[in-house]
Design a protein around this ligand. Structure first.
Ligand SMILES: Nc1ncnc2c1ncn2[C@@H]1O[C@H](COP(=O)(O)OP(=O)(O)O)[C@@H](O)[C@H]1O
Ligand SMILES: [Mg+2]
Length: 282
């Protein structure tokens, strides 16, 4: 499901005193199988951008084309698009509402009109994908821990078997262990062939996980490039209220102290290798 966004602008409450331009002339494309990070300061338009991807907001003006289908076209059915592009909101656990985990995860597939047996298979598959043991499926979602609730909410999106998964700050508010667990799970989903678009606040996660980063600044695309390229622009990122990964700072500091490390390292293991190479002279 390749996605193309062309000259997309979005203004909330136009023509009122509260008018806010959230996106301006955004053009970008997402290829199948990518793991794309969307980063930007609070208010830079990240959530507004991804809400367009599964047609929660209709493009106006501009175009969003999902697998050749123009989302904004009048009369265009949005069911197919929403099935293909699964959107996990920020704090998705707030949207759990059914009596049991099983019913909640099966809500989407049941709404598609799938037979009970198929819904059951999808629910079991989605719960296993997010590491929720079967014995929890009969429980109320409200009896689960925070991290488990979030994973159940993600399972509800996965049960639709989307070819693209869009996540808005999926690890916000989780403890370090919960974060790592969920990020690993997202990586596994990606390895399973799903295109992933992830909004994140963490430059370290963005550097570590994403093949490409889209940096939004005041509703415009400031950079759209692989992490190594983006993090070369440290000063500009800081001006946009962003940071660089810890290891980029470390390399800078070491070079100020006399090292000669390359300036395109953004993963700790690469930094370690470069330091050893320089120290040992090989
Ligand atoms: N529903 C809304 N109504 C009015 N303004 C909004 C709404 N949602 C977001 N905005 C405004 O649009 C801009 C972009 O917001 P958002 O897309 O939520 O950014 P981000 O996700 O990067 O924090 C901000 O100025 C925000 O205040
Ligand atoms: Mg947001």
């Amino acid at each position: 499901m390749p996605i193309a966004i062309k000259h997309l602008t979005h203004t909330y409450m136009p023509g009122t005193p509260f008018e806010t331009r959230a996106l301006f002339d955004v053009s970008l494309s997402i290829r199948d199988g990518e793991f794309v990070g969307v980063i930007g300061h609070t208010g830079s338009g990240k959530s507004t951008l991804i809400a367009h991807l599964n047609a929660l907001i209709r493009p106006e003006p501009g175009r969003v084309i999902v697998s050749g289908v123009d989302v904004g076209q009048k009369g265009q059915s949005l069911i197919e698009i929403r099935r293909e592009v699964g959107l996990v909101f920020q704090y998705p656990e707030y949207q759990l509402f059914e009596e049991t985990v099983e019913k909640d995860v099966g809500y989407g597939p049941r709404n598609l009109g799938l037979p009970d047996a198929e819904v059951k298979v999808r629910v079991a598959e989605a719960l296993s994908q997010v590491g929720i043991p079967e014995e929890l499926s009969g429980k109320s979602p409200f009896e689960l821990s925070g991290g488990q609730k979030r994973r159940v909410a993600i399972a509800g999106v996965l049960a639709m078997r989307p070819s693209t998964l869009v996540l808005d700050e999926p690890v916000a508010g989780l403890d370090p262990a919960g974060r790592e667990e969920l990020l690993k799970l997202i990586q596994d989903i990606h390895k399973g062939g799903v295109t992933v678009i992830m909004v994140t606040h963490s430059m370290d996660d963005a550097a570590r996980l994403c093949g490409r980063l889209i940096v939004l600044n005041r509703g415009e695309v400031a950079f759209d490039a692989p992490p190594a390229e983006v993090f070369r622009h440290g000063d500009e990122l800081v001006e946009m209220g962003l940071d660089v990964p810890e290891c980029v700072k470390l390399v800078k500091r070491l070079n100020e102290c006399g090292f000669h490390l390359p300036d395109n390292l953004f993963r700790m293991e690469d930094v370690e290798r470069a330091i050893l190479k320089e120290v040992r002279g090989c």
